[in-house]
Design a protein around this ligand. Sequence first.
Ligand code: G3I
Length: 389
Amino acid sequence: MRKLRIALAGVLAVGVIYTVGPSTATAAPAQAPLAVAQAKGGNSAAHAHGPGRTSTDLPLRVLARKHGLGVGTAIDMAALESDAVYRERAAREFSAVTAENVMKWAELEPTRGQYNWGPADELVEFARRNGQKVHGHTLLWHSQAPAWLTDGVADGSIDSAELRTIVRNHITTVVKHFRGKVRAWDVVNEAFTDGDAPVLRDTIFRQHLGPNYIADALRWAHAADPRAKLYLNDYAIDNINPKSTAYYELAKQLRKQRVPLHGMGFQGHLDLQYPLPIDAPQNLARFDKLGLETAFTEVDVRFFLPVDTYKEAGQVGSFNTLLQACLLTPRCVMFTVWGFTDKYSWVPGFFDGQGSATPLDENFQPKAAYRGLQQVLAVASGSNGRRGF
Ligand code: G3I
């Protein structure tokens, strides 16, 4: 009988969410149906989470628990140290954190052989205190590499053999330092070019270590922490396209060679001026079938300001498309936004005239995008807890 009652509550909850929302035929502001349900007191969803508690009260990390899914955010360490509201919301909403910058090579080893562990250790401690898992970002990337490295290669003072030793030492030192504290690493970030015929980027790593540098980096990271999950990570690969297919072929080859690749990170930086990656579920399914974990690692949805109800609706649909794709993929373990509040988003500084790309506004107030994520997590049946997050 108890099971039947819970099931009924679940159905009612779904019913409330979808029957009370504003009719799409009206020009009503794109409010999230759930918020309307709550406003009208129609909160049968309460019974799904206990009296008086509707899913609009529950943080994302709590709603994600029934799916066995980690919900994360990139963390701006300057904000974490200086902004108490930022700190509180980051702890409350998320079960995973990624260093937006402080685990990148230029930040960790600004001077050769001298490591600046402080900020990254602070993030790891914050995560420990708040029961959050850490996603390490990133060991090898052609951007934000330290000047002593790139200048040394450019002027020839660092040759190919020495670069190989330096890269191996960096990966080994960093992964060993965080051993047991970082669940997964973006071992190589943004390895492929864009466009219709993607190839490995012509980075100093590709030039001097050869095309197998990715396999080498994965093996070095695995030797340093055999328990860490090892990912490749890139942008513009959320749907099936030449670039995501290049990763699929690479992943297939690496797995065949028994190289320790465990996951594929889809950054998920979306822009309303480009088509929605509506075939994201089919794309992730390819990698899942290889036995890989998948994750959306850096989701945000930017657009040209000012905000209007249509852009807001497009943003809700975009966030929801990626989250639903993750929930439809058995081993999609994590859905991480690249910053959770517009107050600290990287977007305005990189895309002139664009912004409002994150789920909370500058005052940490939930936007429709946040309500949309809550709804998807709340109404999707508890898919499966075996995601292993
Ligand atoms: O740390 C220096 C500081 O010492 C200096 O005073 C200041 C002014 O020059 O710059 C600071 O470094 C900045 C760094 O963020 C830390 O704040 C860099 O200039 C700035 O370029 C860097 O931007 C980061 C960007 O990666 C670099 O490409 C963004 O915050 C970060 O959100 C963004 O994140 C990347 C992911 O790592 C990979 N995927 C794409 C994503 C967006 O580009």
